[in-house]
Each structure stands twice: as C-alpha cells, then as structure tokens.
Design a protein around this ligand. Structure first.
Ligand SMILES: [Zn+2]
Length: 699
C-alpha cells in the first residue's frame, strides 16, 4: 500500500490521470507557484517558520507544527489541496516539463522514446487542433455503441472496455467506471506467477457512498450529477438527454447497491475467490461471460481471482435485467467522460465544472502544460523516468537513503525480536520476511519497453485510447509469466512510496527522496522524522492487517498463531476506535476500519524510525538545532510531512473514499508514542494526551 493516495478520483482506467489532474487531487503532481513557503529554502532542518508556537503541542500537534503555514497559505484556484511539500512537487513537475521540451528539440527518429514523449505532449497541447476535429474522433466509437443490437453484442462491447487501471494492494485504487477492472499481480495462491484479479466497477462517481448516503452534500452531488450526465450527452449530440441521464443514474445507483465498501475491500481472505472462466455463468448469471472475455482478449484465461463475488453476481444480473438502451447510453456517457479532456473545450469545461468544481470544490483547472506533463507521466512514465533518475538522483542520495533503510529495518528487527506476545514460529517468519524484503531506492532495475505503443503527433484522442490499450495488453501479456520480485509500480518522478505485499517489496522513488522529505544536509533527526517515518510506514505494511496475510514469499498463508492474531486484532481494534472518534465534519467521522492499515503503518513507522534514529546516534544525545532538541526536531519533521490545506468537498471525498486518514489526524498519531510525551512535556488534560495504557502499541 502506498504512503499516500494519489488516485482518489472518479477516473476511467484509460485516462485516469487527466481527470485526476482536472480535479487537482494529485498531491504528487501539484504545481503551485514557488513561494516563501518553500521549506527547503530555510536552513537545512525543520521549517520553523511554518510552526504556530501559540498552540500547545499536547493540544494540537498538527497546528503546532504547521499552523503558521496553514494561516498564510491560500489554496490556489486550480487546486483542491496544497501541502507543505508542494514546492517539491512543483520542482518535479518543472523538471519533467524541461525533459519533455528537450525531447522535443532533439527531433528524434520516429518510434524512439524521445519522439514519443514529444509527440504525446504536443498532441495534447494542440488545443486548436483538438477543437478543429470537434466530435469526429468520438464518432466511430459512438456509432459502434449505437449499432449494438442485443445483449450478446453488449457483452462483447463491455469486455472491450476492460482496462488494467485498478490496483488492490500496491497503488491501492479500487475505482473504475468500466463495468469491471483488471489487476495483474502475483497470484494469491501461486506467488511465483502473475494472476488475473477482477474488481468491481461501473460507477462514475468516486465511491458507492455518493449514490447511497443520505448526507445533504451527497444528495446535492447526485442532483448535480444527473444534470451533468444530461449536459455531456447533449454536447455529444444526443436527444432526449434528461430522460437518458435519469436512466443512466438509476443504473449506476443499482450498481452501487451491489458494491461492497472500501473497508470490506481490505480483507484479503474475503477477496481470495478463484473462479474458473467456466464458473462465471453459474456464479454470476446475466452477462454473457464468454463473449465478455472474448471482447477483453481474455478468452484463453482459465482462472481469475474475483475480489468482490457479490458485486459480480449483482452487476451481472443487472446486465440481464436492465434494458439494452440504458446500457448503451451508459456506455456512451462513460466513453465521452473518458475522453472529455481531449474533446472540444465545451465538453472539457462541462466535465471540469462537475468533477472539478462541484465534486472537489476546485474553482479552476490546472494550466494545460501541467496536465500535458501528467499525460506523459501516465503513458510514458518509464521513458521520461529513466532520464529523470539519471539527471536528478545522485548516487550520494541513494547511498544515504540506503543507510537509513538499513537502520530502520534493523530497528524493526529488534522490535519484532523483543515482542513479548508473538510466538517464536511467527517471529521466525516475520524475521524471514524482513530479511527477504526487496527495497527499491530511486528507480527500477528494468524499464518498460514502449515500442508497441503508437503515438501520433496530431492525435491526442487516439494517443490516449492507444495508451490505455497498450498498457492493458502489456498487463494481459504477463498473465501466467514468472514473477519479477524487483518490479516497480511507481515511476521515479512520483512523490510517494509504496509497499508491494505480493512481492514482499518496497519502492521509494527518487522524487520523494528530496527536501523537505529527505535532505542529506539536514540533521539526522529531521531526516528520520520526515522520510524515516515514511520508510518505517512502508516496512510496517509488511506486517499489518494485510501484510500479515502474506508470507515471506508473498504467498497468502496464515503464518500467525491464533493467539498472535488475537493480540494483533485487539491492539488494532483499539487504534480503529481511536480514529473513529475523529470528526472532520459534524456529520462525517473517520472510518477507523477503512483507514486501519494506514494508521497502523503510521504508528509503527514513527516507532521504528525513532528507534533507527536513536541507534544511529550510538547512545549519544542528538544535537540541538534551531532551538529544538533532537527528539523535538524528529517529531516536528514528522508532523510537517502532513501540513496541508484541503477544500471541504475534497476532504469529504477523502474521508469517504480513501484508506488514508486526513493529514491532521495522521499527524496526531504521535499521541501513541511515549517519546513524544517526553519530548514536549505533554500532560494529562491536554487534548491529545492518552494515559500510557491507552496508547496503542503494535510493534
Ligand atoms: Zn501506507
């Protein structure tokens, strides 16, 4: 699971980045103007100017560490949120733009990666060309949908929309607006080979709660959504659009009722359902599955892991029970939505008006060049990432990061060895897991080959469609092949980090190994507090509620004794209850179960990184700097990872649809760490104070 969520959006698998960017929820690709808020400009250390020292750390540690920054920061109109590390994201974005520009200047031969980078970007930037084509690129696809004459052909067309845009365990993304989503990853029951996982889909809004919740804001979003569907259909030349929109909404509502919740999606054991292709007709009657799989080029795939069987049964039944015309309208609307950003401005504007403004509260769209950079990042991520890593990730940074990883891993090892509650056999497997953990730093060992991806200089629409298909076929082509445990799932230019449980591996991309997360010139206390806790967070996913389901070889195997599991569940239930008490809105609390794995990782990440830091000092006290003890610097640096401002609509979307708690509450988890109490003299009666027995200790 990743350190923070990047893909919280109602995006279609094929072009999700476009929509994500138009929503402005991709922290990693944020691009605010450089400002005085750039923490890297301060002395190498914590950002003292961001703190509000009128706040007692024991009352509100998040505001204490970030309050001044929050007070002086205005969310730019093209963002739904900004963070203290926005400057870092800006920098990465600008570097990407430079690399793309250089690629364009090279006039590289057709078919080369450089030429593809240039053509993909330039085609996207050619607004006049896109406008001149009008709806023409869409037309053959709409005609094909209109020509569907029965449910057999419908099944084929639905199969053709299947894409590899979901990801259940690495870059966790459970959302696809396609009927279903494919994820190719090491098998639950055969971790040596890639398997096909199928996930529920079919709704365009971010989560089933948008259809089912009684909250006033959700009822309002639904009303506006129906109007948006009608507007999009009208722009695409449909008649009778209000009635069609109503039927499309009703269908999505019915689909949402069949979906299982995000909290339930986390349970590996409920997800481990092997269905042979031949089983689908009996287990989920309705959809013509043979035709669906033929449409998806999966006719020969024998086995699938069906993540949410009840949703498959329910959605398949809806294919039979709902009218062909409604399904065709649903397909057409989703198609238009998919490509909105590369269709005429009127369509793109309507799309942003709903998904950007209404749903996430963002007044303005990102500048087009930033969206263009994101398109290149999305479809040619490794091609541009290879150049990025060569240029911007020096070997010294890699060496220093590796040293920190080694210290934090050693701290984790000690913690496991010392656990009083864990049985020796469980400990042995946990230690084995730790010793076989692959830690990727900076960039992958192998790069994707884009030779089969056709990019045309004058075809923004086609480039996106072919990008989605190219990626899909690459994934389908891996099915059954031997697993590469060192494979990455994030590009080097991503400001994030990830744990890949089925590979027993971690990725720390080059772009997060920069200030303010990581600064080789800053005191160790600050680096351990800022990036060390992220490293600890990712390592801990190896042993959390999901990691505990996989053994050292990435196999689904219960390697815990019942007593160990009981202790773990009791300790983590306490943490879930702690988070259930947080209320970002009067009518909306955090879901402690939905966010549990991430919250465990945060607590464990701080604990392990703190130990790693202490060990690196070899028993000596750390140096004071900027008027703070080394321990204070450690915790402030941690809380400053999370300094951010988010629009209310986006925050609601996060609380409902994300497995990460909002940043304020992530920072507050220091209340579970004894050393934090000592560092800031936190006393009973202060708001974050927990009596020692109420502090959650897991590792
Ligand atoms: Zn995580």
């Amino acid at each position: 699971m990743e350190f923070r969520h990047q893909n919280l959006s109602p995006a279609r698998a094929t072009i999700c980045v476009l929509i994500v960017l138009s929503l402005g929820v991709v922290l990693a690709r944020a691009g605010a103007p450089a400002s005085v808020d750039d923490p890297a400009k301060e002395a190498h250390g914590i950002a003292v100017a961001n703190m509000d020292r009128s706040v007692q750390p024991g009352d509100d540690f998040y505001d204490y560490a970030n309050g001044a920054w929050i007070k002086r920061t205005v969310i730019p109109p093209d963002r739904s949120r900004v963070g203290v590390f926005t400057a870092l994201s800006d920098l990465t974005n600008k570097r990407m733009a430079t690399l793309i520009e250089e690629a364009a200047k090279q006039k590289a031969p057709a078919g080369s990666d450089s030429r593809k980078i240039a053509d993909l970007y330039n085609a996207y930037m050619d607004e006049a060309g896109i406008e001149a084509k009008g709806l023409a690129p869409l037309k053959p696809h709409l005609d094909a949908i209109a020509a569907i004459k029965d449910k057999h052909e419908l099944a084929h067309a639905l199969g053709e929309t299947l894409r590899a845009g979901v990801d259940a365990l690495n870059n966790t993304n459970f959302h696809t607006a396609n009927l279903f989503g494919l994820w190719v990853a090491p098998g639950f029951n055969d971790s040596e080979h890639y398997a096909a996982y199928l996930l529920q889909g079919g709704i365009a809004l971010p989560d089933r709660e948008y259809y089912l919740s009684d909250a006033a804001s959700m009822r309002d979003a639904r009303t506006k959504y129906v109007a948006h569907v009608a507007a999009m259909l009208k722009l695409a030349g449909f008649t009778d659009t209000d009635a069609r929109a109503k039927r499309i909404f009703d269908l999505e509502h019915a689909i949402a009722e069949k979906h299982i919740s995000l909290a339930e999606n986390d349970d590996i054991h409920k997800a481990n359902n092997t269905w042979k292709q031949a089983d689908f007709a009996a287990k989920a009657p309705g959809l013509d599955w043979a035709e669906y799989f033929r449409g998806a080029d999966l006719g020969k795939q024998v086995e699938f892991t069906v993540w949410q069987p009840t949703a498959f049964t329910g959605e398949s039944a809806l294919v039979a029970s709902e009218s062909l015309e409604t399904w065709k309208d649903w397909l057409a609307f989703h198609l238009i939505e998919d490509y909105a950003d590369v269709l005429p401005k009127a369509v793109a504007d309507e799309d942003f008006a709903f998904f950007g403004k209404t749903l996430f509260g963002t007044p303005q769209r990102r500048p087009r060049w930033q969206r263009g950079v994101a398109v290149v990042d999305r479809w040619l991520g490794d091609a541009v990432g290879k150049i990025y890593a060569e240029r911007y990730f020096p070997p010294e940074a890699k060496a220093k990061a590796q040293e920190m990883v080694a210290n934090i891993t050693a701290a984790f090892r000690k913690r496991i060895e010392a656990l009083p509650w864990m049985a020796p056999a469980t400990k042995a497997e946990a230690l084995e897991k730790l010793s076989t953990l692959y830690v990727g730093i900076g960039y992958p060992e192998h790069w994707h080959d884009y030779s089969a991806y056709e990019v045309k200089a004058d075809d923004a629409f086609g480039n996106l469609g072919r990008g989605g298909l190219f990626e899909y076929h690459r994934e389908v082509g891996r099915l059954g092949a031997q697993v590469d445990r060192k494979e990455w799932c994030m590009s080097p230019q991503t400001v994030n980090a990830v744990n890949l449980p089925l590979q027993n591996g971690l990725n720390f991309p080059a772009a997060i190994l920069q200030p303010p997360f990581f600064d080789p010139k800053a005191p160790d206390a600050v680096n351990y507090g800022a990036i060390g806790t992220v490293i600890g967070h990712e390592i801990s996913h190896t042993f959390d509620s999901e990691g505990s389901a996989f053994d050292s070889k990435g196999r689904v195997r219960n390697w815990w004794t019942p007593a160990d599991l009981e202790h773990f569940n009791a300790a983590t239930a306490k943490l879930a209850a702690q988070y259930d008490t947080y209320k970002p809105f009067p009518d909306l609390s955090i879901n402690g179960k939905q966010t549990l794995a991430e919250n465990i990782a945060d607590v464990a990440g701080i604990a392990a990184s703190y130990d790693g830091y202490r060990a690196s000092l070899g028993g000596k006290p750390g140096p004071e700097q900027q008027g703070f003890t080394s321990d204070q610097q450690f915790f402030i640096a941690f809380a400053q990872d999370y300094g951010s401002k988010t629009r209310d609509a986006a925050l609601r979307a996060q609380v409902m649809g994300d497995s990460h708690s909002p940043n304020r509450y992530r920072a507050a988890t220091v209340r579970n760490i004894d050393a934090w109490y000592d560092a800031f003299k936190v006393k009973p009666g202060q708001k974050l104070y927990l009596a020692p027995q109420d502090r959650v200790r897991i590792w």
